[in-house]
Ligand binder design. Structure first.
Ligand SMILES: [Ca+2]
Length: 235
């Protein structure tokens, strides 16, 4: 157990160092959906970029009022929907994309199977910036908040960032499979820019380690870690 605690402390330490270089450029920005959120779990047009993360209220995340609910029946034939964020102007050095979700499988709420990230300067021509598998299970008894994170080694330039989000239960091309595929609930999409303030000391170690964690983990663990780091930085 001591080894595990030490490893976690090490990860946290490097995580904090690395995260200091990233700033969110999506907070308060507008966005559009390709799907229609359910009337019972609506989007107010600000929830996904307000910087506020969903919490568990009375043992449930998805009913807390901070998540937007997307039923499978409103997805496209691939089982996906998109959220496209307009950053307001072309931003440079974009290196991070985060999609925050909850999974409550006993309530037919499932973690996305994957998230794809696309960028565009003009809102018409999009370039793929990565695809990250959540690695989450659809088995019963899962109750958690998580995040799918992508970190780029080289920053990209964009005004628009599109998140393509896949329901794990839908067979692409099979319209019938949309019927009983449950829900996805998301509470935040985040675009991160490298602010160039990474301290020189430890930089070489810190950034690659955090990058590797972000890509590999993709699931809940890193979400809590990231949330913890953000809270620390605010103090
Ligand atoms: Ca939010």
């Amino acid at each position: 157990m001591k080894k595990i605690a030490f490893l976690f402390a090490l990860i946290l330490l490097f995580g904090i160092t690395a995260s200091a270089a990233l700033e969110s450029v999506s907070v308060g920005k507008s966005y559009t959906f390709s799907a229609t959120p359910a009337a019972s779990y609506p989007d107010d047009g600000k929830m996904l970029t307000d910087g506020v993360h969903g919490q568990s209220v009375n043992g449930s995340y998805h009913k807390s009022g901070t998540y937007v609910g997307i039923p499978a029946t409103t997805l496209d034939e691939k089982g996906t929907f998109t959220v496209t964020v307009d950053l307001g102007e072309v931003k440079t050095d974009l290196t991070g994309f985060d999609l925050y979700y909850t999974a409550e499988t006993d309530a037919s709420v499932y973690a996305p199977e994957y998230a794809e990230f696309f960028t565009s300067e003009d809102g018409e021509n999009y370039t793929v910036a990565g695809k990250i598998m959540s690695g989450e299970s659809t088995q019963s008894g899962i109750l958690k908040a998580g995040v799918i994170s992508s970190r780029l080694k080289e920053g990209v330039k964009a005004r628009y960032v599109r998140f393509v989000i896949k329901n794990p239960n839908v067979e692409p091309g099979d319209a019938d499979s949309l019927v009983n595929s449950g829900w996805m609930f998301i509470d935040e999409v985040s675009v991160l820019r490298d602010d160039g303030k990474t301290p020189e000391t430890g930089d070489t170690l810190a950034v690659p380690l955090f990058t590797a964690l972000g890509v590999i983990s993709t699931a809940g663990g890193i979400g809590f870690l990231t949330a913890g780091i953000k809270k620390r930085n605010k103090k």
